[in-house]
Design a protein around this ligand. Structure first.
Ligand code: E4P
Length: 249
C-alpha cells in the first residue's frame, strides 16, 4: 500500500520525502487554511516540484460547469496534479465531463516558478499529461455506493473518509473494505485512497483491507513510525558501544 501525506505544509512534505515515505500528497481548502496559505496554485506547484508524483488539489465551485472549468485550469499547473472533486450530483456531472477532457499542453506548467529546476522537463510533462489526461480524485466519499458511482463517472481515485464516519459512531473502515471488494469483483481500475485517517491502527487496517493508498496526516505518520522498544534499543546500542570504546582505549 502506498502512503500519501495529507497536508499542505511544505516542511512536513520535505521531511516525508527525505525519509522516502510518500508517493503523493492530498490537499484540500481546510489543509491550505491550516498551512496558512491561500495561494493554492503556487503551493500545489511547489509540492509537485518536491514530490514529483500524484498531488491532489481540490475544486471549490459547486456547479458542474464551474468544477469543469476549474479542473481544466488546475490540470495545467503540473502533470502531477490530480483534481479533487466532491462526490455530489454536480460533482458526478463534472467527473463525467472532465474524464473525457485532455490537458491543455500549451498552457501546461506555464509560468511555473520551478521551471528549469524541476525534475520533469516540459517535453516529459506534456507526454505524461497526454497519457494520463485529467485525473480525478473523488473526495468526500462516505459509502461504497458513492465510490462505485464516482468510479463509473470516470474518477481515477476515490477517497473514502474513515475518521469522519468513526466520529459519528459509524464504522469508517467498513467503507474501505467494501469498496475494495466491489472494485475487485468488477475489475474496476479506480484506486482507493483511504482518507481521514486519525491513528496508526487505521494505516494497518487500510493495508489489510487492500486499499491502494492511505493518505495520512504527518503527526499520525510519525506516531506510526515511533516505537518505544526501537528508542530503547538505539539508546542501549549507543551506551554499549561507548563502554566498548572506553574499555579498549
Ligand atoms: C482527503 O483527501 C482529505 O484531505 C482528508 O483525509 C480529510 O480528513 P479529515 O477528516 O482529517 O479532515
Amino acid at each position: 500500500m502506498e502512503i500519501f501525506l495529507d497536508t499542505a505544509k511544505l516542511e512536513e512534505i520535505r521531511e516525508a520525502v527525505a525519509m522516502g515515505l510518500i508517493t503523493g500528497v492530498t490537499t484540500n481548502p481546510t489543509l491550505m487554511m491550516k498551512a496558512g496559505r491561500k495561494d493554492y496554485r503556487e503551493v500545489t506547484r511547489e509540492i509537485c516540484y518536491l514530490v514529483q508524483d500524484r498531488i491532489s488539489a481540490e475544486v471549490t465551485s459547486m456547479d458542474a460547469e464551474g468544477m469543469l472549468a476549474e479542473a481544466l485550469e488546475i490540470a495545467t499547473w503540473s502533470p502531477h496534479v490530480v483534481v479533487k472533486i466532491p462526490t455530489i450530483p454536480e460533482g458526478l456531472k463534472a467527473m463525467n465531463l472532465v474524464a473525457q477532457e485532455e490537458v491543455d499542453g500549451e498552457r501546461l506548467c506555464r509560468g511555473c516558478p520551478w521551471f528549469g529546476q524541476c525534475a520533469t522537463d516540459i517535453e516529459t510533462a506534456r507526454d505524461l499529461a497526454d497519457s494520463w489526461g485529467v485525473r480525478i480524485n473523488a473526495t468526500l466519499v462516505f459509502s461504497p455506493n458513492q465510490a462505485l458511482f464516482a468510479a463509473n463517472a470516470g474518477a481515477s481515485f476515490v477517497s473514502p473518509f474513515v475518521g469522519r464516519l468513526d466520529d459519528i459512531g459509524e464504522d469508517g473502515m467498513k467503507v474501505v473494505v467494501d469498496t475494495v471488494e466491489i472494485f475487485e469483483r468488477y475489475g474496476i481500475e479506480t484506486q482507493v485512497i483511504a482518507a481521514s485517517l486519525r491513528h496508526p491502527l487505521h494505516i494497518t487496517q487500510c493495508a489489510l483491507a487492500g486499499a491502494d493508498i492511505a493518505t495520512v496526516p504527518y503527526d499520525v505518520l510519525m506516531k506510526a513510525l515511533k516505537h518505544p522498544l526501537t528508542d530503547i534499543g538505539v539508546e542501549r546500542f549507543l551506551a554499549d558501544w561507548k563502554s566498548v570504546a572506553a574499555n579498549t582505549q
